[in-house]
Design a protein around this ligand. Structure first.
Ligand code: FEO
Ligand code: CA
Ligand code: CA
Ligand code: CA
Length: 655
C-alpha cells in the first residue's frame, strides 16, 4: 500500500459518522425545478439552481458590465486532456522551472545530494511537495511590483520512496525521518524577473527563510494554554515545534501569509493506547488519528509523534498558521480562533463593516465549510494594528438549506448544544473540537471541501468540493441538494452570495455552479452553469482556485486522472456574462502529479503553480519504472513553475 493509499485509508477511518440530517428527504421535494434541470442536464441529480442563477440568466439579455479589468480575458486556445510527462500549455505560452525540491535557498545552503541528504542540507533547501504559492511584492507590503517579490510556498508532505536511495517502508532510519521533517513546512524565497532570463530565485536573500517541522511556533487565541495543548516539552501549552501537511493557504490584507495544516493525523501513532474512558480517545478518532502505528513511523524515533507517550501533541496541529514574510525573524503563530480541522486553505476578504472574513474548507468526506469573522476591524493605515486580528472573532460552519438559502452557525461556547453537558467548558474546547461542535450544530456534510475564495469582482464565494466516492455508499449519508451526486466521482463547485454582499452576514444564497466530469461521456450528469456543454473542457477533482482581473475563476485539479483520461490541469471559467460556465483547459501537468497553488503577479502577467508529487507511486530504487522523470529526466522533483505569455499582444495570462 503506497503512502497515499494508506493516508486515504486513514482518512476513511476518520469519517464523519455523526447523525446530522443530510437533507435527502427534502431533496425529493425539488421537482418544481425540473424545467431548469431539463435545460441543463438529462439524468439530472437533485441540485439547487438558486435564485441568483435565475437572475443571472435574466440579466444575460442585458449583460451587466463587469467592474473587473478588461485587460484580463480568456482568448487562449484550449488544450485537451493529455498524458504527457510534461507541462503542456496553449500556443503562445511558456513555462520555466523556478524552484525544485532541494534547491539551496538560505545563505550558505548546500546543493542537493540525493545519496547524501542530511537534515542540515535539507533545512537550507527548498522543501518537498510544494503546494500553496503566495506572491508578496517587494520591497514592502503594499507595493505592486510584478518583477520582484517574495514567494511563500507550502511543503505539504514527503514521498520518501522518491527522496532516498534506500528507503524501507515501515522502517525509516532516524536520518531519513529528520530529512523528511526538514522537508515539510514552508519556503520563503525572493524571486525576480529580468528580461530574457525570466524569473530567477535570489539565493541567499535576507528574506529567504525555511519553516520546518522543527521551527518554534507560538500558539495564540482561545486554545492557547489549554490543558489539552500541554505536553512534557511544553507544559504551558503555548509553544509547539513545527507545522505539518501545509496544504493551501491565503494572504491577509495586511500582507501576512496563512498556511493551513491539513492531514496532520498521518504523523501520529497509537490512539488505541488511550483508555476508552479518556475523552481524548474519541476526540482523536473524530480527526482520523491512527489506532496503531503510523504509515510514516516517525514515532519510532521521536516521542512527540507517539500518542502513548504524548497524548496531547495532536491537539497542537490542525490549525491555521500566520507568518509575516516581510519579517524573517517573525515567530509564526497558530491562530486557534479559526478552529482545528483539516484546513485546506484560508482566504481573506474585507467585509463592508471592516471586519476580516476568512473562508476555510475541512478536506474530509462529509465534513464542513467554515468561515471566521474577526471581532476587530482592518486598519489600512496601521499595519501593526492588524497583526493579531485573527485571535478574536466568531467561527461559523455552513448549513445549506434545500431552497437555495443557507446560514452560518456560530461555533460559540454556550450557543445551543455547545455546553458543559456535551463536554464544552470554554471556547478553547470548542475550537479544539471544532468538528464535533459543527456536528452538534447541524452543519451540512460536504463532499470534501477544498479551496474557498471570494471573487474580487463580484463578491460571490466559490467552494470547490473535490469528490466523494463514499456519498450514498454503504451506510454513508446520501445526497442532499448541496451534494447532489451519489457517488460523487468528479467533484463540483458551489457559488454562494452572502446576504447583502456582506461577507460578515450570517445568511446566504447558494447554487451549484459546476458539476464536474466529461459531458461527452454517455449518461453524463455534468453541468456548467447552463452553458453549452458541447463546448466546455472535461474537468474533475477541483482543488485550488484563483481569480484574474476580470473575475474569471482559474481552477487547479488534484486527482483528475482517477476519473478522466488525462493528467491534472488548470482550467479557466467566466463566472458572469454570456460565457458564464464556459470552462476551458489552460494547462496539463506531468504524470502522477497534481497542480497546486495557482497565483498571479499583481499585473497578471505571470501565473505561478506548484507541480506536486510527480511520479508518486514509484520508487527511486527502480529507476526504470519511475512514473515520471520530470523536470530533469531523472528522479522526479516537485517544483514551482512560472508561466508567461510569449506571443505578441496583451501580456496578461489568458488574454
Ligand atoms: Fe492537500 Fe485538500 O488537498
Ligand atoms: Ca496535495
Ligand atoms: Ca489541496
Ligand atoms: Ca486535494
Amino acid at each position: 500500500m503506497s503512502f497515499q493509499d494508506e493516508i486515504a485509508a486513514q482518512a476513511m477511518r476518520g469519517l464523519n459518522d455523526s447523525p446530522n440530517d443530510t437533507l435527502e428527504a427534502v431533496l425529493k421535494r425539488r421537482y418544481s425545478r425540473r424545467e431548469m434541470l431539463k435545460k441543463g442536464m438529462l439524468a439530472a441529480p437533485a441540485m439547487v439552481l438558486g435564485s441568483s442563477l435565475i437572475e443571472g440568466r435574466a440579466k444575460a439579455a442585458v449583460p451587466a458590465p463587469l467592474s473587473g479589468n478588461r485587460d484580463c480575458g480568456l482568448g487562449f486556445t484550449p488544450i485537451s486532456l493529455t498524458k504527457q510527462d510534461d507541462v503542456v500549455l496553449p500556443s503562445g505560452y511558456a513555462y520555466q522551472v523556478l524552484l525544485r525540491w532541494g534547491d539551496p535557498v538560505l545563505p550558505g545552503a548546500m546543493e542537493h545530494d540525493f545519496a547524501g541528504q542530511t537534515r542540515e542540507r535539507q533545512e537550507g533547501q527548498f522543501g518537498y511537495n510544494c503546494d500553496f504559492n503566495g506572491y508578496f511584492p517587494l520591497p514592502h507590503h503594499g507595493a505592486q511590483n510584478s518583477n520582484k517579490g517574495l514567494l511563500a510556498v507550502n511543503h505539504e508532505y514527503t514521498d520518501p520512496l522518491l527522496m532516498f536511495p534506500g528507503y524501507v517502508t515501515g522502517d525509516p532510519t532516524p536520518e531519513q525521518v529528520d530529512v523528511e521533517i526538514a522537508a515539510h513546512g514552508m519556503s520563503f524565497v525572493e524571486i525576480q524577473r529580468r528580461g530574457v532570463s525570466g524569473w530567477t530565485p535570489v539565493r541567499g536573500s535576507r528574506f529567504n527563510r525555511r519553516i520546518t517541522g522543527e521551527t518554534p511556533i507560538q500558539i495564540s487565541g482561545p486554545a492557547a494554554g489549554h490543558a489539552w495543548l500541554q505536553t512534557s516539552e511544553d507544559p504551558g501549552g503555548s509553544r509547539v515545534r513545527g507545522t505539518f501537511n501545509n496544504c493551501a493557504g491565503g494572504k491577509t490584507p495586511w500582507g501576512t501569509v496563512l498556511t493551513c495544516e491539513e492531514n496532520f493525523n498521518q504523523y501520529f501513532a497509537n490512539r488505541n493506547s488511550l483508555e476508552d474512558t479518556d475523552p481524548r480517545k474519541a476526540a482523536h478518532a473524530r480527526y482520523g488519528l491512527p489506532g496503531g502505528a503510523s504509515s510514516r513511523r516517525w514515532e519510532n524515533h521521536h516521542a512527540r509523534f507517539n500518542i502513548a507517550l504524548e497524548p496531547n501533541e495532536p491537539f497542537r496541529h490542525g490549525w491555521v498558521v500566520e507568518i509575516d514574510p516581510y519579517n524573517p525573524s517573525d515567530i509564526p503563530r497558530k491562530r486557534t480562533a479559526l478552529g482545528r480541522f483539516k484546513h485546506e486553505g484560508a482566504t481573506c476578504v474585507i467585509a463592508p463593516t471592516g471586519q476580516v472574513v476568512v473562508y476555510s474548507g475541512d478536506d474530509e468526506r462529509f465534513d464542513y465549510i467554515y468561515k471566521f469573522v474577526t471581532a476587530g476591524r482592518f486598519n489600512p493605515r496601521n499595519r501593526a494594528a492588524n497583526l493579531n486580528l485573527l485571535d478574536h472573532g466568531t467561527l461559523y460552519a455552513a448549513r445549506f438549506h434545500d431552497d437555495g438559502t443557507g446560514e452560518w452557525l456560530p461555533l460559540l461556547y454556550g450557543n445551543g448544544p455547545l455546553t458543559p453537558e456535551n463536554g464544552f467548558h470554554n471556547q478553547g474546547d470548542v475550537v479544539i473540537n471544532a468538528r464535533r461542535a459543527a456536528d452538534l450544530l447541524g452543519a451540512t456534510k460536504m463532499d470534501r471541501p477544498e479551496d474557498i475564495e471570494a471573487n474580487p469582482v463580484t463578491g460571490k464565494v466559490y467552494s470547490l468540493l473535490t469528490n466523494n466516492t463514499n456519498r450514498g455508499v454503504g451506510g454513508n449519508p446520501g445526497t442532499d441538494p448541496a451534494n447532489p451526486r451519489s457517488p460523487n466521482r468528479y467533484g463540483h463547485v458551489i457559488e454562494q452570495t452572502e446576504a447583502g454582499g456582506d461577507h460578515s452576514a450570517t445568511v446566504f444564497n447558494w447554487e451549484i455552479f459546476i458539476l464536474c466530469g466529461d459531458p461527452a461521456e454517455p449518461g453524463h450528469d455534468t453541468y456548467f452553469a447552463g452553458f453549452d456543454q458541447s463546448l466546455v473542457s472535461p474537468i474533475s477533482a477541483p482543488d485550488n482556485l484563483v481569480f484574474d482581473c476580470a473575475g474569471n475563476c482559474w481552477i487547479a485539479t488534484d486527482g483528475l486522472q482517477n476519473g478522466l483520461a488525462g493528467n491534472d490541469g488548470v482550467f479557466a471559467v467566466p463566472t458572469e456574462g454570456p460565457e458564464r460556465g464556459y470552462l476551458r483547459q489552460f494547462m496539463s501537468c506531468p504524470l502522477e502529479a497534481e497542480i497546486c497553488g495557482p497565483e498571479f503577479t499583481p499585473d497578471f502577467s505571470t501565473l505561478f503553480v506548484g507541480i506536486q508529487h510527480p511520479g508518486e507511486g514509484s520508487a527511486s530504487t527502480r529507476p526504470d519504472d519511475l512514473l515520471s522523470t520530470w523536470p530533469d529526466g531523472g528522479i522526479p522533483k516537485p517544483s514551482v513553475i512560472a508561466i508567461t505569455k510569449i506571443s505578441p499582444g496583451a501580456r496578461t495570462i489568458g488574454s
